[in-house]
Design a protein around this ligand. Sequence first.
Ligand SMILES: Nc1ncnc2c1ncn2[C@@H]1O[C@H](COP(=O)(O)OP(=O)(O)OP(=O)(O)O)[C@@H](O)[C@H]1O
Ligand SMILES: [Mg+2]
Length: 228
Amino acid sequence: MVLMNNKAYILEGIWKAYRSGDSVLYALKNVNLVVYRGEFVSIMGPSGSGKSTLLSIMGLLTKPTRGRMKLFSYDASDLSDRKATELRRKTIGFIFQTFNLIPWLTALENVEIAMAIGGCDLTKRRERARELLVTLGLGERLDHRPTQLSGGEQQRVAIARALANDPEIILADEPTGNLSTTQGEMIVDILRSLTDQNRTVVMATHDPRMAEKSDRIVRLRDGAVASS
Ligand SMILES: Nc1ncnc2c1ncn2[C@@H]1O[C@H](COP(=O)(O)OP(=O)(O)OP(=O)(O)O)[C@@H](O)[C@H]1O
Ligand SMILES: [Mg+2]
């Protein structure tokens, strides 16, 4: 029998320092955190408390200054950049606070391109991208480029892109920040439903109504975990 590891993340003593000139700013201070597989965790805290920095470390986009992080069975602290990129592509869907859509591609192409990296064929990619965008209420916007979309629509394209490869882990940085309450609830319900398939979701949010729908709230204050 194979013993399944039930933890998606183990963070131990994570620090992140940013240097500017002579001064050092600690964006994260000794963060310890366990996230279980299939869990939906919200990260809350004032602006500047380190939410995006924490997600970016969990997404293997930023290296901590100090500390260790395990992602499934991998010791993420020891991975080379190439291995980290590979692991990220295979397991993580990241929804950025600032969307990061490719400006010259349409909504449909922005979602498709995430799957091109995963090596699935064009017809399948197009079909899946269309399906995701329709589910997110963008069926009439498939051929619009980011500048021809509202903030909320761009956000939904970014969400579709993050889900395109059906990742094990979804990291969402304020995914409802630009949406109406109804749209926001729809997105959170979609994120919630992913955990039914044992997917793990970590979401930074300012909105207590959205956080309420998660299993657990981790509160950051000034770079440290105030409660979890
Ligand atoms: N690349 C960087 N260089 C220097 N300082 C940074 C950098 N990125 C973030 N910081 C600083 O680290 C702190 C934490 O930033 P972070 O973006 O993680 O906060 P946040 O909780 O996501 O805030 P918000 O709610 O406004 O999105 C802030 O004080 C910020 O100014
Ligand atoms: Mg942020």
